[in-house]
Design a protein around this ligand. Structure first.
Ligand code: CMX
Length: 466
């Protein structure tokens, strides 16, 4: 017990959450255990765990699959495995069992900061454990050292016309990183299946590390805001991303990015971007190819592009109704949207049936940092009106706001007004969840995904006399 006296506060926190003795022992040395070292300890245990679950429950059924589910976008179909996060329809997301407020309280923060560092969230997603401050700092440094882009990727981005949507540029650049893939190379050299996770881990670390430089370069090329600064290896990921975008001197914006990346990272396995990454990865496409595909899904207006659509919709509302519209005018504008056959962006969800806690976390950030902002007030006013209208219209199963209803307003407040860029930031964050899944899928030997499809004719015949 004598060694306990020299533990820092964060080390004591880890001691409380009960890491195995091996993890605890590393505090005696000056170098913290790395994420890869910890994973190497966890993987064999999880392989045994999965084997035991399958041996005991493998032939049991979840329940029925209805014809409506086949026609209806597979809502609620139990078909995927992912331990990183679980979405409850009423409560919202939990990352490895922790709610957003719990992550905000427990994950390490930057000195003087109050939002969680996304580095810690990644560690949590991958291991299920809260890292120490030292482990998070080491991850910041490792990503900073891996951040440089190959010259040809810089050239590809520079050759994109500024009129090409930033998400398309993002996807092209990420896909091109496959040129450097450690996994693709190892596969060509005949790596054994049981070792796949090692080079996939390396690719995932490179992928996450390089995203700030990709995003920063696209932002500056498209919106013409000058030369990119160098990555600062002494700073955290979110600072570097903010700095590359030209906002490094705004501490509150850096804090916003820390929160933003944390809450957008993962939303269980079935959403379009997460599932696409998993699906493409199951073909043993490397993490750059898999995440490039995720980005193409995230770029759809019913998914990640909704944050751009919300801002466009708000701006149109403001230009039509003025800065401080009456509730009646806002209600009329929402009805016009619905009557025009369009969706109310930022509202509704395929799984959630209550206000998204990611919306709430951003609202709390706004209450703290920009309580009097007129756009924030408009978002709050819409929150009081849109659910009622959506309920009255009677179609949407969930009339409450999702994550995208709020994010653009915060970014706009700090001067990041170019809404076509918003989904790129969502994409930077979503890489954390997709990467964590890809690592575990390869570690657990997840097979090629191949569900069965049916023709309408076959369905008619199948149930003709039933
Ligand atoms: N405005 C208008 N109509 C809506 C609606 C909304 N916000 N949300 C759902 N509906 C409609 C659907 O379009 C559907 O209409 P049809 O029967 O004519 O096809 C009906 O209500 C039933 O849909 P649902 O079961 O409630 O919702 P889905 O699971 O099919 O779709 C979602 C979920 C998110 C695509 C939908 O709510 C929507 O389009 N929202 C607006 C776009 C948005 O904010 N997307 C971001 C989601 C979060 C993210 O992934 O980033």
């Amino acid at each position: 017990m004598a060694s306990l006296r020299v533990l820092s506060r964060s080390q004591l926190r880890i001691a409380r959450v009960g890491l195995p003795h091996t993890a605890f022992r590393c505090y005696a040395t000056s170098k913290p255990q790395t994420l890869k070292e910890r994973l190497a300890e966890l993987i064999p245990k999880e392989i045994d765990n999965v084997k035991a679950i399958r041996a005991e429950h493998g032939k049991k059924a979840f329940g029925q699959v209805t014809v409506d589910q086949v026609y209806g976008g597979m809502r609620g179909l139990p078909a995927l495995l992912w331990d990183g996060s679980v979405l409850d329809a009423e409560e919202g997301i939990r990352f490895r069992g922790k709610t957003i407020p719990e992550c905000q309280a427990e994950l390490p923060k930057a000195p003087g900061g109050s939002e969680p560092l996304p580095e810690g969230l990644f560690w949590l997603l991958v291991t299920g454990e809260v890292p120490t401050d030292a482990q998070v700092k080491a991850l910041s440094q490792e990503w900073a050292h891996r951040a440089a882009l190959p010259e040809f990727v810089e050239e590809i981005i520079d050759r994109c016309p500024p009129s090409l949507h930033p998400m398309s540029q993002f996807s092209i650049a990420v896909t091109a990183l496959n040129h450097e893939s450690a996994f693709a190379k190892a596969y060509q050299e005949g790596i054994s299946k049981k070792d796949y996770w090692g080079p996939v881990f390396e690719d995932c670390m490179d992928l996450i590390a390089k995203l700030p430089n990709i995003a920063g370069r696209i932002y500056r090329n498209v919106f013409g805001s000058g030369k990119l600064p160098a990555i600062d290896t002494s700073k955290d990921y979110s600072y570097n991303l903010a700095n590359l975008l030209g906002f490094g001197d705004k501490e509150a914006f850096v804090e916003l990015l820390r929160l933003y990346i944390t809450i957008h990272s993962d939303h269980e396995g079935g959403n379009v971007s997460a599932h696409t990454g998993k699906l493409v990865g199951s073909a043993l496409s490397d993490p750059f190819l898999a995440f490039g595909a995720s980005l193409n899904g995230l770029a759809g207006p019913l998914h990640g592009l909704a944050n751009q659509e919300v801002l466009l919709w708000l701006m149109k509302m403001k230009s039509k109704l003025g800065d401080a519209p009456t509730d009646e005018a806002v209600r009329g504008y929402i009805w016009d949207t619905l009557n025009g056959g369009q969706v109310v962006p930022g509202y509704g969800h395929a799984v959630l049936r209550k206000t998204d806690p990611r919306y709430t976390a951003q609202r709390e950030f706004a209450l703290k940092h920009l309580p009097n902002d007129s756009l924030f007030k408009l978002v709050g006013q819409i929150y009081n009106i849109a659910p009622e209208v959506l309920l009255e219209a009677g179609k949407a199963k969930n009339p409450w706001p999702n994550v995208d209803a709020h994010s653009g307003v915060l970014l706009t407040y700090y001067g990041l007004t170019q809404m076509q860029f918003y989904t790129v930031l969502f994409g930077v964050s979503r890489a954390f969840g997709v990467a964590a899944q890809l690592i575990w899928d390869r570690a657990l030997g997840a097979p090629l995904e191949r569900p069965k499809s049916y023709s309408s004719e076959a369905i008619k015949k199948m149930f003709a006399n039933k």
